[in-house]
Design a protein around this ligand. Structure first.
Ligand code: MRU
Length: 377
């Protein structure tokens, strides 16, 4: 993998990032992750030989971001099937590894369904495992295609909303190759704008507490050769006041039937700021992130994470080490912390939701229902 990572030269894109890949090693099949906990300091691989290792990687954010979680979940079921573990048990473990991104359950259920179907048709263990792997690969490929189509739809929308195109786009968290089978969601739109000369600047929120913006989006932006500037989350308000933001582009972890959007904590305050300053607030997500089974934003389960992510500064990005040794204290010992990983933005604050199937705007329950009806045809 090492030769896939080269130094970015000014204005040039670096080779493709592979955030995850399946491999057949002499000792058996494995899922290999680019360990996102160690970025940007180190481009290290994490080899998962079993489902508990993958579940731990998901919980500690070695692999993360809604679309990639779906792909990883599907490969996790494939790993269980290929190594002869109990597939139903593995699927249950994977599906509940993190609660908010609906893609995880989608990928796991789709892969587990393929296994059950194959077994139901009389497939032996090897044939059933091959069927699951084929579905995981299919999901991976579909997500890459969805990325491309979201980027195209996103560019059309930017042209409509901001004619003349020299955009200053603000983004939050990380939504590029690191979360996707392709070039991502919101970041893929920014990248398409960059490649077509429409992007003046990408403003990158650092995204406390785990710094997905500073560590990961800045890393991807640097590799792409685009102009980008990092800011603390608290600085966004003053950027809006200064008239420096033309649009906000973010991803989503779950979109409810009413159009409410769960995304990385800090997204909702940006939506409020954008509304106040009359700046478009655009959500870019594949249709696998839409969950008609969740009626309203209030029904979305928001993951609560350890307070230590807030009260301690990690001494190392190696999460195993952090868990053992702890980080440098940022607050007095024993301080309680409120640490939701996501927040929910109501549909009335969202200008548009861009999917691979097209754009929903205005964002309403009826618009989401119409999008999903199109999918079923
Ligand atoms: O906790 P994370 O890092 O998994 O959160 C990821 C996000 O919130 C992303 O913005 C979201 O998954 C959309 S990525 C296309």
């Amino acid at each position: 993998m090492a030769d896939q990572y080269v130094q970015t030269r000014d204005g040039e894109e670096s080779p493709r990032l592979a955030s995850l890949r399946w491999d057949e090693l002499p000792e058996g099949p494995v899922l290999i992750l680019l360990d996102q906990r160690r970025l940007p300091a180190e481009e290290a691989e994490l080899v998962c030989t079993d489902v508990p290792a993958l579940v731990q990687a998901i919980r500690t954010l070695a692999v993360r971001g809604a679309p990639l979680l779906g792909i990883a979940g599907a490969y996790g079921v494939a790993l269980a099937a290929a190594r002869g573990y109990d597939v139903a048990e593995a699927a249950a473990l994977l599906e509940t590894a993190r609660p908010t991104a609906v893609n995880l359950g989608y990928g796991v259920r789709r892969a587990a369904g393929a296994y059950e179907e194959a077994v139901g048709k009389g497939a032996d263990a090897q044939e059933a495992a091959a069927a699951v792997l084929a579905v995981a690969r299919e999901l991976h490929r579909e997500d890459a295609e969805a990325s491309e189509r979201m980027a195209q739809h996103g560019l059309v929308l930017l042209d409509e909303l901001l004619p003349g195109g020299s955009h200053r786009i603000l983004t939050h968290c990380n939504t590029g190759r690191l979360v996707s089978g392709g070039e991502g969601t919101a970041f893929a739109v920014a990248l398409a704008a960059h490649r077509t000369g429409r992007l003046r600047k990408l403003w990158v929120d650092e995204t406390r507490p785990l710094l997905q913006g500073a560590r990961l989006t800045a890393y991807e932006a640097a590799r792409s050769g685009m102009s980008y500037t990092l800011l603390t989350d608290n600085a966004a308000g003053s950027l809006f006041v200064a008239g420096e933001v033309d649009a906000v582009l973010i991803g989503a972890d779950r979109i409810a039937a009413d159009g409410s959007v769960a995304n990385k904590v800090g997204s909702y305050p940006l939506a409020v700021l954008a509304k106040y300053h009359h700046v478009p607030f655009i959500v870019v997500a594949p249709t696998t992130t839409v969950d008609l089974g969740t009626a309203h934003g209030a029904s979305i389960e928001v993951e609560q994470r350890s307070g230590r992510e807030v009260t301690e500064m990690p001494v190392s990005r190696a999460a195993e080490q952090e868990a053992e040794a702890g980080g440098l204290p940022l607050a007095p010992l024993g301080t309680q912390a409120y640490n939701p990983a996501f927040d929910v933005t109501p549909p009335e604050l969202v200008t548009a939701i861009v999917t691979e199937e097209g754009t929903v705007s205005p964002v309403t329950g009826a618009g989401i229902a119409e999008l999903c009806a199109r999918l079923r045809r």
